[in-house]
Design a protein around this ligand. Structure first.
Ligand code: FMN
Length: 508
């Protein structure tokens, strides 16, 4: 990239010029007092592996840290507020980085949140807290209903869907290698399975979106044969039909022309260097019964691997209709991923990101209650995503009814994302969400894979400690009564009052 090669060129020219001028005018050597340290710092930046921004922008990258120490950027990802009602950016962002880097992740002095603002949420601890040592710190969830022939023992926390194309090759490699180390799964996103998803041999959830990338005919419809080929790969542990994602429900995926390289186009079977907009809905099904048939087809062609679908809740009646179709046909998915309207994306129209789709907590409670009401929950595991990146976030999702969770943006931050908000321009400065070879080469796969595994391990450890403090000895025992929300200055409600449980089979 220009900055790195520019720096090397400039350094070499400076040295040659200084040496040349020195032959006729010795005092020029004094200029080395300034230039030599800059050159040395720059070469150190280029060769170190921990800070991508410095590898990509030698010397200049330090200004980011300098500016940040004066005025940290507002990070839109973190919406909770501090005692003055300002978004908490530093605390949570540092937390992800600290856990990823495996350094101290405790905070000094006490709470940094305004505990009297409406919406503040917390868990009840117990006087009879459990010794955390007796709780499994690597909890697993068995995914696979009665029709599944290859159930998958999933981690409680996984990498949420993000495609190769949206993410760089090195980002995909680092996430997959981290998943392999920590024994959890990486969702491929709708951009198909790339060689970089397979190289480190980590577990995969293969996502199939409306573009059917990786299993598509020339016309762009679903191709059962190419599906079967990939679905039966060893690394593919589960298959997820993407119905919608929270950041842009009802809008297909977008791959900007700048990121649509020849290699990506080959993997997806599309035309390179063009904007690719996936259709907003599936051509393989257009009603609940057809969705169920599609699930059966994928199950058959994958030899019984767990099949699920991902949605952000929109029209509730449509989900109810799917449940009725499950009962009518006796066919259920093995898992459902509920994504919140607060979800992330590489590229989306702003109205879709901000004003469409049910937020996670409401959507998750609705899906769980509907499944319980129709007597379907025992067959189907629930995965939740949408700004889940702390132990408390996991506990809250499980209390509402999730069995496991997945994280996208927190995992991006674990591999060095600084929220430059350049995912849709191909100029991500830290090489995470770009296809620019030079920018991505700054991201050291080995170093960042450890960070992914560390973030996963430390977050689950914090989750375990939290539930132990609440006197709960296993994740499945978390209930809505364990979480409180402040509604007003003098009003507090427990989650089971805000989201009252539906009685089992009561909707049948
Ligand atoms: C860069 C990026 C790419 C994404 N690509 C996909 C995708 O291909 N398919 C999908 O279902 N969701 C996609 N998502 C959404 C995430 O999988 C996830 O559902 C959402 O961001 C909420 O999780 P988070 O709050 O942990 O980021 C993407 C998100 C990001 C940030």
């Amino acid at each position: 990239m220009k900055v790195r090669s520019g720096f090397i060129l400039l350094s070499v020219l400076t040295i040659i010029l200084t040496a040349g001028v020195c032959l006729i005018w010795k005092p020029v050597l004094w200029s080395l007092v300034v230039t030599a340290p800059i050159i040395l710092i720059g070469f150190y930046d280029l060769t170190q592996k921990r800070q991508t921004i410095l590898r990509n922008f030698p010397v200049l990258g330090h200004f980011r840290y300098l500016l940040e120490s004066i005025r940290p950027e507002i990070m839109q990802y973190f919406v909770e507020t501090d005692t003055q009602g300002r978004p908490i950016n530093r605390m949570f962002r540092s937390l992800i980085y600290q856990r990823a880097k495996d350094v101290t992740d405790t905070v000094p002095f006490g709470t940094q949140m305004d505990v009297y603002r409406s919406g503040y949420e917390w868990m009840d601890h117990s006087m009879y807290a459990i010794d955390k040592k007796i709780i499994d710190t690597k909890p697993r969830v068995l995914v696979g209903g009665k029709h599944c022939r290859q159930p998958y023992s999933a981690s409680l926390m996984n990498v949420s869907a993000m495609s190769y194309g949206s993410l760089s090759k090195n980002a995909v490699l680092a996430l997959n290698k981290g998943a392999k180390m920590g024994d959890f799964a990486q969702n491929t996103g709708e951009g198909s399975i790339s060689p970089f998803h397979l190289e480190p041999n980590g577990d995969l959830i293969w996502q199939i979106g409306t573009g059917y990338f990786g299993c598509r005919t020339k016309e762009g419809t679903f191709c059962p044969d190419s599906f079967a080929e990939k679905a039966n790969l060893d690394s593919v542990k589960m298959i997820e039909i993407k119905i919608s994602q929270g950041a842009k429900p009802g809008h297909g995926g977008i791959l900007p022309a700048a990121k649509n390289t020849k290699e990506i186009a080959e993997i997806r079977n599309i035309t390179p260097h063009t904007d690719v907009h996936s259709p907003p809905s599936h051509s393989a099904f257009s009603n609940p019964e057809e969705l169920i048939e599609f699930i059966s087809l994928l199950r058959e062609r994958s030899n019984g691997k767990p099949i699920g679908f991902k949605l952000c809740v929109g029209k509730q009646q449509e989900f109810i209709e799917i449940c009725k179709a499950m009962i009518k046909t006796g066919v259920t998915p093995d898992f459902i991923t509920v994504d919140g309207g607060e979800g992330g994306t590489g590229a989306a129209p702003v109205e879709f990101s901000n004003s469409l789709g049910m937020p996670l907590r409401d959507g998750l409670a609705f899906v769980y209650d509907t499944l319980v009401g129709y007597g379907l929950k025992d067959e189907i595991k629930l995965m939740a995503s949408g700004k889940i990146f702390t132990g408390f976030h996991i506990a809250r999702a499980l209390a509402l009814g999730a069995d496991m969770v997945s994280c996208a943006r927190a995992m991006m931050m674990a591999i060095g994302c600084i929220q430059a908000l350049e995912c849709n321009t191909n100029s991500c400065p830290v090489g995470v969400a770009t296809q620019n070879k030079s920018l991505m080469s700054g991201l050291d796969v080995n170093d960042k894979s450890f960070r992914v595994a560390n973030f996963h391990r430390k977050t689950l450890k914090s989750f375990t400690e939290l539930i132990a403090a609440a006197g709960v000895d296993s994740p499945e025992k978390l209930e809505r009564k364990h979480v409180n929300r402040r509604i007003g200055m003098n009003v507090i409600k427990k989650y089971d009052e805000i989201f009252p449980y539906t009685k089992a089979n009561s909707l049948l």
